[in-house]
Design a protein around this ligand. Structure first.
Ligand code: UD1
Length: 417
């Protein structure tokens, strides 16, 4: 299994280009199922989660052409199989995003229940409840959701909690439903907006994406289009948090600064000097960061996917930070690994109290999930001596060429096989 070897203590200097957003590319790839004409995408990141989605759609009959430069064409003209099997859903929960599109276009879908997850229980009851409200009959048998509907009917759906993929699944289903659908308490994440923009270009009628009420007027068919996937705000935030922790001056190009307000605000409070351009962000940091407390929340609040990275920053800050997780019940595993590097962290329920120490020391640590791994890499970059991050297949799911990009910023980091 691959590991990352990091020799810490070097400030970051230079420029890297942000990749396309994983969490926008995945739902948009599934949207290809809604049309019988090709969907041509650009800025699709090279990640294992994207390969899993290619496999998932491919076994359904979608013809996928993937290019090294981030272009991808998906043609769902002939669908031979409407099943998302357990083997793929268990490796990537976002596979559940095929449920809405398959049901809306073909009137049936069989999708494995995702089951447990390292960061919490993550049920899909809101996806099911919404589709049932639109007239689908859904039964759970042998670990699979079996869904049927003659044609989905638009309706008003109030979601019990803000769910990103839940909103995306229902928005895709509603795009081909009969009549109008109103999604209330919808997720406002920029990735939801990117998906809506792509659907509109395919011929859908959607208003309000980016607010908590989305109105969709169903149409009878959708067509193909070209769409450029938005920049990855979590990858962007990860590099910024790394430079805020390690010090130095970096520029991120190809970014979407407006999608990062909450993160930029926290990094400024930590002492970073940040300047934003239309599609670039410059960050300069000298001296020790100040402790900043964060509480995760749905967008536009502070992203749960940035929590581990901010915790890593807090470990070397001056002062004490409280990091509170409100989205997932078990997303503090990285705290225990950070302690192995010498961090002073105590956990009280869903809050980590982090007392900044002057120095971390390199050690072997184990990645537990995608963003936890990013936090460990940041800690490795500031720790004295060598840190080995084990189980980096988690990182490969969501970060494109992470060691190459950090290497370009002068970090001493290499992949060992
Ligand atoms: C998406 C992101 C993930 C991010 C998360 C929260 C993708 C592919 N993944 O995950 O990176 O960490 O948003 O910003 O976009 N919930 C239910 N019932 C449901 C659905 C959700 O109880 O039917 C709960 C979840 O357990 C969780 C909360 O709602 O506590 C938010 O989850 P959700 O927004 O659905 O996360 P994902 O869409 O899976």
């Amino acid at each position: 299994m691959d590991k990352l070897r990091i020799t810490g203590g070097k400030p970051l200097e230079g420029e890297v280009r942000v990749s396309g957003a994983k969490n926008a590319a995945l739902p948009i790839m599934c949207a290809a199922l809604l049309a019988d004409k090709p969907l041509a995408l650009s800025n699709v990141p090279q990640l294992t989660d994207i390969s899993t989605a290619v496999k998932l759609l491919g076994q359904m009959g979608v013809a996928v052409e993937r290019h090294a430069d981030g272009r991808m064409t998906l043609d769902a003209k002939k669908i031979t199989n409407r099943v998302a099997p357990y083997e793929l859903v268990k490796t990537m929960r976002a596979s559940v995003l095929v449920l809405g599109p398959l049901l809306a276009r073909f009137g049936e879908a069989r999708v494995s229940l995702p089951g447990g997850c390292a960061i919490g229980s993550r049920p899909v009851d809101q996806h099911i409840k919404g589709l049932q409200a639109m007239g689908a009959a859904i039964t759970i048998e042998h670990g699979y959701m079996n869904a049927r509907a003659e044609r989905l009917r638009g309706t008003r759906i109030v979601m019990d909690m803000v769910t990103v993929t839940g909103t995306e699944n229902l928005m895709m289903a509603a795009a081909l439903a009969e009549g109008s659908t109103v999604l209330e308490n919808a997720a406002r994440e920029p990735e939801v907006v990117d998906l809506a923009n792509c659907l509109v270009a395919m011929g859908a009628c959607i208003e309000g994406a980016g607010t908590d009420v989305i109105r969709i007027e169903g149409v009878s068919s959708l067509s193909g289009t070209e769409h450029q996937v938005m920049p990855d705000r979590i990858e962007t935030g990860t590099f910024l948090a790394a430079a805020a922790a390690a010090g130095g001056a970096i520029r991120l190009s190809g970014a979407a600064p407006e999608s990062l307000d909450a993160t930029l605000e926290k990094l400024r409070q930590a002492g970073a000097k940040i300047a934003t351009g239309k599609d670039s962000i410059d960050l300069e940091m000298s001296g020790r960061p100040a402790a900043v407390s964060v509480r995760t929340a749905p967008y536009p609040g502070f992203a749960t996917d940035m929590q581990a990275q901010l915790m890593a920053l807090a470990t070397v800050a001056s002062g004490t930070a409280e990091i509170t997780e409100t989205i997932f019940e078990n997303r503090m595993m990285h705290a225990l690994e950070l302690q192995r590097l010498g961090a002073d962290i105590t956990i009280h329920g869903t809050t980590a109290v982090v007392k900044g120490v002057r120095k971390l020391q390199g050690a072997t640590v184990m990645a537990t999930d995608l963003r936890a791994s990013a936090g460990l890499v940041i800690a490795g970059l500031v720790a004295q001596g060598e840190t080995l991050v084990d189980r980096i297949y988690h990182l490969d799911r969501g970060y494109e060429a992470l060691e190459r990009k950090f290497g370009a910023l002068g970090a001493r980091i290499e992949r060992v096989h």
